[in-house]
Design a protein around this ligand. Sequence first.
Ligand code: GLU
Length: 301
Amino acid sequence: MIQAREPISYVGRFAPSPTGPLHFGSLVAAVASFLQARANNGRWLLRVEDIDPPREQVGATASIIEALERYGFEWDGDTIFQSTSREAHEAALATLIESKMAYPCRCSRKDLAGAPRGLLGVIYPGSCRNGCSQGEAAIRVRTNDVEIAFDDVLHGCIAQRLESESGDFVVRRRDGLIAYHLAVVVDDEIQGVTEIVRGVDLLDSTPRQIWLQQLLEFRTPNYIHIPVITNSNGDKLSKLTGALGVPLDSVENTLHEALTALLQQPPPELAAGALSDIWTWASENWQLGNLAGHRTIVKTA
Ligand code: GLU
């Protein structure tokens, strides 16, 4: 008898790093991933990416969670802390090393100062591929020049040849911390994430993440890179550009602004409505396609 296949259910996530409070740009990313998950009757996870203590800001995790609650987000299951997947990250790293796809590298920034640069930064010239001296080392993953391509729902086909565009890249830093690219693919795999909605600033990182998925025999989720929000000077809102946390009062107004930034054209009078009415309108009228091709949206207010 042929067994009916289980429908593949949707799992989305919002994965803030606790480097500062939830600013307007991250609120917009959270709103988009949440609405996209709900539109697909999916689960929506909150994963705090707390594996980089030097970049962490004391109190940021609590303040991000408080802001998400005030804005009326509801996530499925408990909040996930990336730091609790340390063993899985190390196991993935061990798999890469055992298969000789990753190797230690002692090159310092200074050593690489003369290396060619591409769109993704320094193109690692492979200096330590065939061995390097003993001592504290980063671990790099080997790359090749086979094109890695994926279809972003909003940006179409994106392709990179990693060996010539980024070179072998770091999966464990010299300070022993697991690098973001490795941690994110391991966690998305173990949490069964099927679709990733995040800022377009990570679009160019995606081929490196897909490469790791291929090496580790993980599934590749669907990708949607939404525009980043900039200030009127064109700078992306972030801790670096001094973006403040979203207000915790008059959340209705700010949620309305987030929907406007997502080109959903919410009716103006909705801003004066109840938070739950704004969410209901947003869920019923979610049009992801309005964002097709957009890379930046300027926050006017
Ligand atoms: N933690 C990352 C950030 O806050 C996002 C990671 C991701 O969505 O893949 O920029």
